[in-house]
Design a protein around this ligand. Sequence first.
Ligand SMILES: *Cc1c(COP(=O)(O)O)cnc(C)c1O
Length: 383
Amino acid sequence: MTRNSDLSPQTKAAQALHMLDRESGAVVPAMHSASTFARDENYELRDGFVYSRYGSPTTRQGEDVIAALEDADETLLFNSGMSATVAVVEALPVGAHVVAQSMMYHVGLNWLQRQAARGVIGLDAFEAGNLQALKAAIKPGKTKLVWIETPANGDWSVTDIVAAADMAHAAGAILMCDSTAAPPCTTRPLELGADISFHSATKYLNGHSDLTAGVLSARSALPVWEEIRNVRGFQGTTLPGFEAWLLIRGLRTLYIRYKTASDNAMQLAQHFEGADAIDCVLYPGLPSHAGHAIAARQMTGGYGGMMSLLVAGPKGRALAIAKACKVFIPATSLGGVESLIEHRMTVSGEGYGIPENLLRLSIGIEHVDDLIADLEQAIAQTA
Ligand SMILES: *Cc1c(COP(=O)(O)O)cnc(C)c1O
């Protein structure tokens, strides 16, 4: 498809693959919302579309754009990130052994733990970013799926994708990389050996906090792929046309949004590193971060807008800072143009390894001076 085109991915994104409307010449693709598709005079399908639970034209266009950015042969859009990851595990043989991080997106972990409790899968967790622990958790011949998230929710620990892929493959498993915090403008997991690249497209790929979507991408001939597609068709979790249309619009500005967020985040991280009110700034772009060296190798287009602050002082201060912000919005989610602050333990609950004093920031594209000043005034109010 688009893998051999020599245009840069940034150009492909900005032009949404130069998709002009065939009939009108419109530079924006039409939005198709039909649930069903007429056959031609020979009773043949026209473009392969039957019924929108299995896919539809606007959704396919969104998949084509993301496939080009990921350098993938196959891309499937789902109606949420969670429904995409559910489909991967549903597609595994019953009883398959899965290895995942003990600190990762908490709802994904919660769902894996429930599947394990029901006996649908075997599950072993390893400390995020620790390759020795990953190796020890993998059971050669039994492990079917290794699920990493990098940088990972919580402390933004970084996992070496090349090394994790080698370990998974040596044991006969596939590697799925949750690259939500590192979209294809900075990391392309398939090029680094991952078998499945996953994103919550709700986040950076869309970037405007106005839809939920999930996406899986792979190179050709991945044995589990057809079953993943089947699961999506059975569950009816295909992304609908309107959301796909919005997502295509969001993808056009991915590169500049991510660059601005990365620049802002780096300045903010440097500003607060060493501040009296902050014990630690957890940001992969800082040389002090444990995963910085690997991040420098595999996040080639910036370190993104995600960071956590460990707040100094008495219990309750982190939550008080989140409440005192006026520019940062006190909401969960990430990767939008607006900056968000969340007291992560309140959102995820206890039991996911999140310290009480952790504030998770999603840095947007506002003027960085306003963001720094807002945090400074919130900190001063709680001093
Ligand atoms: C949000 C998120 C998900 C889940 O995606 P939804 O679109 O909310 O279903 C998975 N992984 C990460 C890292 C996320 O941030």
